[in-house]
Ligand binder design. Structure first.
Ligand code: FAD
Length: 457
């Protein structure tokens, strides 16, 4: 089909495809360097999985100094704190307020937004993407640009343009489980906290439940009987009030700025796991809501403090941990991650562990031993953002160039933020010099991140 005659809906020097975490950071970083930037986003807000997917908090890097590898992270943290919806370490946030903060920092930097617009196809000429084919209320149209940053998290733009990619666990072909997250409000924390302490005392199972003096709650239960609440879950399953999968992965915690609310990182789906299959997405959306209501009834019947609690939010986006990963100039391997490889062109450091969800964790490191250089982190190179075979295309976010095992660690928001920032700066440098993303020096990208306040270990 010849799309070239479609009307042009919008145009910019840097077109950021998808306005999630990586997309917002990419757009602001490129705009901060004076470029004309547009975000094309299917929903009506920024933040993607972190906001519309209700995914919080930001995981710790597991490096003692916890370097955020992003100057924009500092700006976001400070804005959230000003609004009473963040934490000093930048990890916790209210997802609704984060939507506002991301919009503000992008718009103030001059980023243009095109919401409610889905990217369906691309036009590619001589190794360059020249336009996105988008669909919105005005029908089909084009969005033209000089450099495209694919931040769709599934690599939609890259795949529609013909880029190579990998997908899923190399042994099974299956993606990691999908989750539909939700928030329960009006929980009586004192009553639930007392119940947690009572259960800890009775069971002597100190695994997966804490109520701290400052009133914070963390609860978790998974397969196995070692968890504080395992017996309670088992009783509910035996009585038919829960299904076994409700216990396979269950985790809840406090949200900064929202007293009496708990965010839940479940239910988790182990069969429908393909985030690029609309049927799987639909089934998890529909089945997830039913499970969420079932879980609320379980809290009311079996726990304490939930008598007047209600579901105040169900994620608009199902949570996709992993789908496609795009083949880039350098693909971060499992061995790179496990050996803690360092790169001259690195833009991110992390020691967040391999984190593969599933009923049976099937991970062995085949005897690979980390290099003992006293630097307990791996690094992600700039080249893993540069899509192989293209002269104006970046991939950023959780689907950057990485093998399955490596992706299981770097999908967390700290690395995703850094990847967006690095891609945005790379795009600005490429435009300024009239060179391709591949020709940009990753060390220079990092130097700009540092100049603006990014911290590295
Ligand atoms: C259930 C779950 C729990 C997690 N827990 C944590 C945690 O506790 N801590 C942590 O740090 N990380 C966690 N993660 C990982 C982390 O949250 C995500 O990997 C990260 O937020 C992904 O960011 P992203 O920018 O790559 O993608 P997204 O935030 O998903 O952004 C993609 C954006 O692109 C848009 N888009 C997609 N396709 C199109 C299209 N074709 N056209 C137009 N727009 C499009 C989407 O609407 C979205 O806004 C979790 C992930 C999941 C799923």
């Amino acid at each position: 089909m010849d799309y070239s005659k479609l009307p042009v809906f919008a145009e910019a020097e840097v077109v950021v495809c998808g306005g999630g975490t990586a997309g917002s950071f990419a757009a602001k970083a490129a705009a901060d360097l004076g470029r004309d930037v547009l975000i094309v986003e299917q929903f009506g807000s920024l933040g993607g999985t972190a906001t519309n997917g209700l995914v919080l908090p930001i995981m710790h890097t597991h490096i003692p100094s916890n370097p955020q590898c992003s100057y924009i992270s500092n700006i976001v943290r400070d804005r959230l704190l000003e609004l009473g919806s963040g934490s000093e370490n930048g990890a916790n946030f209210d997802p609704l307020v984060l939507k506002v903060v991301l919009e503000e920092i992008c718009v103030e930097a001059g980023v243009k937004l095109l919401y409610h617009t889905f990217i369906a196809e691309t036009i590619v000429e001589d190794g360059k993407v020249t336009a996105l084919v988008v669909a919105n209320k005005n029908g089909l149209g084009l969005v033209k640009g000089k450099i495209f940053i694919d931040a769709t998290a599934d690599g939609d733009v890259c795949v529609r343009s013909g880029a190579e990619y990998s997908k899923g666990n190399p042994e099974t072909g299956k993606n990691q489980p999908i989750s539909l997250r939700y928030i329960v409000s009006n929980v009586d924390f004192e009553a639930f906290g007392a119940f947690i302490n009572q259960t800890l005392n009775e069971t002597k199972k100190y695994n997966g439940a804490t109520y701290t003096e400052d009133g914070k709650i963390y609860v978790a239960c998974c397969n196995g009987d070692q968890w504080t609440f395992a017996d309670i879950f088992n009783a509910a399953i035996a009585a038919g009030d829960l299904e076994p999968d409700d216990k396979a992965y269950w985790q809840g915690f406090t949200i900064t700025g929202r007293p009496s609310c708990l965010a839940f990182n479940n239910p988790e789906f182990f069969d429908e796991t393909d985030g690029t299959d609309p049927e799987h997405l639909t089934k998890t959306q529909v089945g997830g809501k039913r499970r969420i209501l079932r879980q609320l009834q379980f809290y009311k019947k079996y726990l304490k403090g939930f008598e007047n609690a209600y579901i105040s939010d169900v994620a608009a986006m199902v949570g996709i941990r992993e789908s496609r990963n795009i083949i880039t100039e350098y693909v971060l391997s499992a061995e790179d991650l496990l050996c803690r490889k360092k790169f001259d062109d690195m833009f991110c450091q992390s020691n967040y562990p391999v984190d593969i969800h599933g009923k049976q964790l099937n991970f062995s490191n085949d005897g690979i031993k980390p290099i003992d250089d006293g630097k307990i982190w791996y690094e992600i190179p700039y080249r893993s953002l540069v899509v192989k075979g293209f002269d104006n295309l970046y991939i950023t976010g959780r689907c950057l160039g990485a093998e399955f095992l490596a992706q299981s660690s770097l999908r967390v928001q700290h690395s995703v933020r850094a990847s967006g920032e690095a891609a945005g700066i790379g795009a600005a440098l490429a435009l300024e010099r009239g060179i391709t993303p591949k020709e940009v020096d990753g060390a220079e990208v990092r130097a700009i991140m540092v100049k603006n306040g990014a911290e590295f270990a």
